[in-house]
Design a protein around this ligand. Structure first.
Ligand code: SF4
Ligand code: SF4
Length: 321
């Protein structure tokens, strides 16, 4: 028998997700897809060609007959101290086990359970893997709102959440979109060192440290990025750590109980000097099962040397190593 929205939500929470909500499949028609089209047309996606996949604007092209989008969130935050001088800064999302691996198993189990409960339906799980506007769907499903920092913010955990989605042909009772609680706050806009938040909730990836440290494959980072890197070598959390909703979540002690998200050695305590001279063998060993693998060894060396203010010659050396 087809499961109800309440049964699916209860199952999702039993599987360990911290939040779950449901949106109708047409929830992003109109403004939701128009926002993405404007962002792409402005060139803000940089070299992320996959963002132009037309299915991202219309999930009916991902799963024909889709009627509902089930969204889940999992808090990954762990207590962090202030960075020591010379410490390489790594975004919190990347410190523990690769989130794709952590979320995929329970989300696929939920999708399987839905299909087994109603063999006539389809349910497909995605964790940052398909052409899905996951923050927009999470907002439509009532999980949280897209803040001026362009992150999905939950009232309970702030923006320290991983998101996942199940597209389903089931016609489920939908939640209301989450209201936006940013109000008159502009802290994240002021905190961004590169002015990458070109307007509230709009990131120009070409100016963003997170984009350059992770996705940029050139041999050197642009000078305008390197000058404002502040030690970041994987991502950047500056527009999140300043957010009052994240600060409140920390005051409330809302840290993740998921053991997989505990920071792994040596990432929480590694210096820029060490990373600038990272060997391929060290990278292979240390990045196993970690989202940091996406940055690659040469990328980490480049980012560290850039943050240290290395010369072009030593950058070239880093890529030869
Ligand atoms: S991740 Fe860093 S560089 Fe990018 S928008 Fe946020 S504060 Fe700015
Ligand atoms: S820092 Fe302020 S404006 Fe930015 S996302 Fe958080 S609440 Fe919204």
């Amino acid at each position: 028998m087809a499961p109800t929205a309440a049964q699916i939500k209860s199952r999702a929470l039993d599987l360990g997700f911290h939040k779950v909500g449901i949106a109708r499949a047409d929830a992003l028609d109109g403004e939701g897809s128009a926002r993405l089209i404007r962002w792409l047309a402005a060139g803000y996606a940089g070299e992320m060609g996959w963002m132009h996949d037309p299915r991202r604007r219309d999930i009916r092209q991902v799963l024909p007959g889709v009627r509902s989008v089930i969204c889940v969130a999992l808090n990954y935050n762990t207590p962090q101290g202030s960075p020591a001088p010379g410490q390489a800064r790594i975004s919190r999302y990347a410190l523990g086990r690769d989130y794709h691996k952590v979320l995929s198993k329970p989300l696929k189990a939920l999708a399987r359970w839905i299909e087994v409960s109603d063999p006539g339906c389809r349910a497909i799980a995605y964790v940052d893997t398909g052409p899905i506007q996951e923050k927009a769907w999470a907002e439509a499903a009532g999980i949280g709102w897209i803040g001026k920092n362009a992150c999905l913010i939950t009232p309970e955990y702030g923006s320290w959440v991983f998101l996942g989605e199940i597209l389903s042909t089931l016609d489920l009772e939908a939640d209301n979109p989450h209201p936006n609680y940013c109000g008159t706050c502009t802290r994240c806009l002021s905190a961004c060192p590169t002015a990458a938040l070109v307007e509230p909730a709009v990131v120009d990836a070409r100016k963003c440290l997170a984009y350059h440290t992770i996705e940029n494959r050139t041999s050197e980072l642009p000078a305008a990025i390197a000058e404002r890197q502040h030690g970041w070598v994987v991502g950047c959390d500056l527009c999140q750590t300043c957010c009052p909703f994240n600060l409140r979540a920390e005051r409330w002690g809302r840290y993740s109980e998921v053991a997989d998200f505990a920071p792994r050695d040596p990432w929480n305590d590694i210096t820029l000097d060490q990373l600038a001279n990272l060997s391929d063998a060290e990278f292979e060993r240390w990045s196993a099962g970690s989202a940091i693998r996406r940055v690659r060894a040469g990328g980490l060396r480049r980012n560290a040397r850039s943050a240290l203010g290395a010369s072009g010659d030593s950058l070239a050396q880093a890529h030869r190593n």
